[in-house]
Structure formats: structure tokens, C-alpha cells
Write a protein that binds this ligand. Sequence first.
Ligand code: SF4
Length: 460
Amino acid sequence: MEMTQNKILLIHPLGYPEDRAGEDISRKANIMPPLGLASIAAYLEQFEIQADIIDCYAHPFSDDLITAYITKEAPSFVGFSCTTATFLDGVRIAGQIKKIRTEIQIVFGGVHVSALKNKIIDRYPVIDYVVVGEGEHTLHRLLTAAPNEKAGIKNLVLRSESGKAVFTGFRKKQIDLDTLPFPAYEKLFGFPNAYKLPIFNYPSVPNASCISSRGCPYACSYCDRSVFRRTFRYNSARYLYHHLKYLNDEYGIRHINFYDDQFTFNRKRVEQFAGLMIEKPLRMTFNCAARAEHLDAPLLDLMKKAGCLEMIARKVELIKEAGIRVKGLLMLGLPGETRQSIQKSKTYVNSLKLDDFNLAKFTPFPGSPIYDQIQKKGPVMGNFDENWEKMDCMQFVFVPKGMTKSEMDEEFITFYKTHFMKPKVWLNYVSMLWKSPDSWKRFLKDMFGFLRFAFADKRR
Ligand code: SF4
């Protein structure tokens, strides 16, 4: 069978062997749809390019499905979207695909390859192209350009005739997000029920995630912004309102988790969006993340009226006064961390009236400013075991100087234990019985796994 031009399969890898997925507490707590791939699929389909998605994270036993698709559909391209932790699993699947049809072009995108660019093409012969940054335009050009035009496509790393990797440079003009179609949710098998928002973070089902902006103007040392770089673009309030309405009309979605890095960065947009939600209610609620400086009492009041239930911020008191639940996003183990600094953080976090928190283990991702510093300074900053498959923020691959890995693990467990031993915290979870009954159902179903994670730090 000949390969079909104008057809691409997009794959979201699981990141580890499929038989371990059933016990993975991280998947039980949260399965996020691959919205980037769904957006690319919707974009390509406008140009009559068939784009299908196989999400191995939501559907772990997908290897056979991929093989069957490649054999039957014979797409000309297969694209992968990977984080650092899932990259090598993507390479494994790409190898299997090439074994079935060597002529298929393999393209990788996402944060990890955007940061490492040429190194990826030089080190992994199975990969033909790397898309640097957002994928819509670049993939469209790649799929439709003649072979001799490919070197002229911006935001691409390809292999030259001599076999060396060449980066074509950045495109000057970035995508106006309001010109993009809504993500192709219909391409995500089982949407919305196959996906799960973070447990205890939503009041009702069915629910979904949504990304309404790209980029972040800040420069936190541990954050890799290789995909959208230091820009900030966003959907208008009107587009956003219609996107939510579409999700509500088509899929009955009742709660949205805004996955934006900086949902409240543009105050006017949030005011207009909240205004629309109050004026023409969709009977939907939402939660989002924000930096403290982009919050104040009037804005919080407005967001509460518009249906906002949860925020992440330091202005905890202010948020609570507005009647919104608060979740803290914390990170442990940055360079310079000591027993004393951890104790201080613990005392501080305990003094806040957080309803919930998430503690990540600091991971120096390629592309983050701190990764370069750690590479340069080496053991002066700490010990870094750069094992990509372990870099999922749930393992201490970096141990700050003066600490050992077992001390860091111990501190991590006591951090959670201190929080979960507080009767107030449990009362709060009990109150979620009627605020988020579905979360309780999920908790009871996998209670042993959740408790094992909270008290013993065991992901599987
Ligand atoms: S951590 Fe958040 S605020 Fe900091 S650069 Fe990354 S996205 Fe922006």
C-alpha cells in the first residue's frame, strides 16, 4: 500500500511500560487531554489534511493500535508530542513505526525537543524533524511543502544532506490565537470521560481542561519556556466564552480547568470574560492559576460571580474572603535548599489557610535557565542524575549540595504528612463530599494508592 500524503498520526506517549499504568497514582489523580495535539489536528483538518490522535497516556495499551493504524492507514507523517519524561518512550514507538514502514517521516515536538533542537536530530536517527515551538503552521508547511522547500520552513530542525542537524531559525510572526479553530476534541477517543481533572479540584462532571493563552512574560529559573518563549498571547474574552459554550453544548461540560500559566495576566480580558459569564450564564464553573500580583479584591469578587472556584496564589486570605478555594503549588529541592530552609517553608505553608497543595520535586529541565547553571557549576550546586525518564517532578533527580537523596525523600514525606495530619484539612476534604462528590468516588476507589502516595511517597 502506498503512503497517503496529507495524512498524519499524532501520538502522545505514556512515558513508561504500559503494564505499569494501572498502578500509577499520578494517572489516577489527573489525566489531562493533549490539547496541543488536538489544536494541531483541528488546524490541519482545515486544509484537508487528515490528522488522527492516539493518546497513550489516557489509553495505555495502544501499541497494537498504533501498529494497526500504520499498517492500514499508511500516513506520510507521524508526529509526537513529548515532555522530558516521555521522550524516550516516544523514540521507542518511532522505532517500531519505522520497522513497519521505513518511509514514514517522524517528527517530534514539545518542550523537550524545542529546548535541545539540533542535539535531538544528531543523537536520534529515527527522528527526521523537530518542530521548535508551536506546531500548527510548521506542521502544515512540512506536510505540504515539496522536498526542496523544507529547508525554508521556519521553526524546524532537519537533517541536511551531509547528515548534520540544521535549525532553520524562528518565524517572526506568531499565531493570533483567535484565528485558531477550537481543538479537535472529537479526535480524542473517549473525551471527556477518559480524562480526569486533578482530584478534589472540581465540583462536577463532565469537565475539561482549556488553554486560553500561550507563553509567559516571566523568567523563573526552573521553568523551561522553549515552546512559546517569552511572549504572552491570549484568546479574547469573546473567543473564550464561545469556546466554553461549545464545550457545554457539544459535550455537556460543566466545569473548566484553565491550564494557562498566567490566566489573570491581562486584567481587562478576565473582567470582560467574567462579565460575559455573568451576563449570559453557561451554568459552568472554572478554576485557574495566577500569580499573586495579578489578583486583587474587586477582580476576585468578579471571578467568584463568574463561577471561579479555585485559585493558586499567595494572597490566600484575600482569595478566601472572596469565597474561593485555594490550592498552593509548591516545589522542594531547588539549589541551596537545606533542612533549615525546608523547615521554614513548612512553617510558612502551614500558617496559610490553604485548602490543598501540590508539592513538586524540583527538576532541572533542559531549556530552563537553572539547567545551564547546574551543568556549568556541577557538584558545587548539587548532584544531578540526568535520567530523562525519571524527570517527571515526582523523583529527586537533583539533590542540593549538603543534602542526600534519602534526606530529601524524608523531608518530602513529612511535608505532606504535616499537612494531612491537620484535622482542619480532613474536615475540609469531608466538606468536598457535597462540593465534589465525583472526587470522593475516585478517592474511595483508589484510597490505598492515594494514602500510600500522601504518607509514603509511592507513585506506584
Ligand atoms: S513558572 Fe510560571 S510564572 Fe514562572 S516563568 Fe514559568 S510559567 Fe511563568
